[in-house]
Write a protein that binds this ligand. Structure first.
Ligand code: KIV
Length: 282
């Protein structure tokens, strides 16, 4: 593992050498510090923030201000990983100018090194403008959660010949537009394999099988912290929610019974309390 700061050329080199890219989401400095120390290559401040941290029903309501606020917090915890900010719904669709201004906020205000945005051919002009402005862009195709309604819900994409061909075309166009990588979400393993072989830029899969150049998961899913909905492609490496609940129940019981805090978790002083009380009274 490279122990210096991850850069875009490092990701290309990893693709070319066959070393897989490991990417995870983070939304605050504490988590980011742990992920970074573990050696994660890329940290995405995902707009999944809306669901796993802010309690929204989808990613649609997430604002630029919320994203920048959390991305800045993550920045404080990251030394090595490449930091990518996720452009929320309507921060890049209204006009190219607005997209460049908002993309720039991730770099200027939050210290991100790149942005990610969802969409295929329809966002290529925006991708070109961002890249021209010096803002590296990661694409995101297949299942695009911001427009899941138009896709008929959170469903696997590219299972029929037309949509598979469309996804291949979108990947090619994003590469041509200057994207440095592309997330492939919820598409068949074989389709992700074809795209990964054809593109010179790395593909990062989520629910897209093992042939991608890298993988990404939402950190709350991997740690079993978000139990409301766990997609079938998620591997839960540890179930933290029940462990946290057990720890909190123990705390509540000890506070109620008076067994916390005990002497090991309290401060004492060398003076007799009577001496202090005498002073206070005089
Ligand atoms: O918002 C997010 O977390 C994402 C990834 C999981 C790809 O877009």
């Amino acid at each position: 593992m490279k122990d210096t700061k991850m850069t875009l050329p490092d990701l290309f080199a990893m693709k070319n050498s066959g070393e897989k890219i490991a990417m995870l989401t983070a939304y605050d400095a504490s988590f980011a510090r742990v992920l970074d120390a573990a050696g994660i290559d890329v940290i995405l401040v995902g707009d999944s923030l809306g669901m796993v941290v802010l309690g929204y029903e989808s990613t649609v309501p997430v604002t630029m201000d919320e994203m920048v606020h959390h991305a800045r917090a993550v920045r404080h915890g990251v030394k090595r990983a490449l930091l990518v900010g996720d452009m929320p719904f309507l921060s890049y669709q209204v006009s190219v100018e607005e997209a460049v201004r908002n993309g720039g906020r991730f770099l200027k205000e939050a210290g991100c090194e790149a942005v990610k945005l969802e969409g295929g051919i329809e966002v290529c002009e925006t991708v070109r403008a961002l890249v021209r402005a010096g803002i590296p862009v990661m694409g995101h195709i297949g299942l695009t959660p911001q427009t899941a309604c138009q896709l008929g819900g959170y469903k696997v994409q590219g299972r029929d010949i037309d949509s598979a061909r469309r996804i291949i075309r979108e990947a090619r166009e994003l590469e041509r537009a200057g994207a440095f990588a592309v997330v492939l979400e919820c598409i068949p393993d074989q389709l992700a394999g074809v795209i990964s072989r054809e593109l010179a830029i790395p593909t990062i899969g989520i629910g897209a099988g093992s042939h991608c150049d890298g993988q990404v998961l939402v950190i709350h899913d991997l740690l079993g912290l978000f139990e409301k909905y766990v997609p079938s492609f998620v591997k839960v490496y540890v179930k933290l929610a029940p462990q946290i609940k057990e720890a909190v129940s123990s705390y509540i019981a000890e506070v109620k019974s008076g067994s916390f805090p005990d002497s090991a978790h309290s401060f004492t002083m060398d003076m007799a309390i009577e001496d202090i009380l005498g002073d206070v009274e005089s």
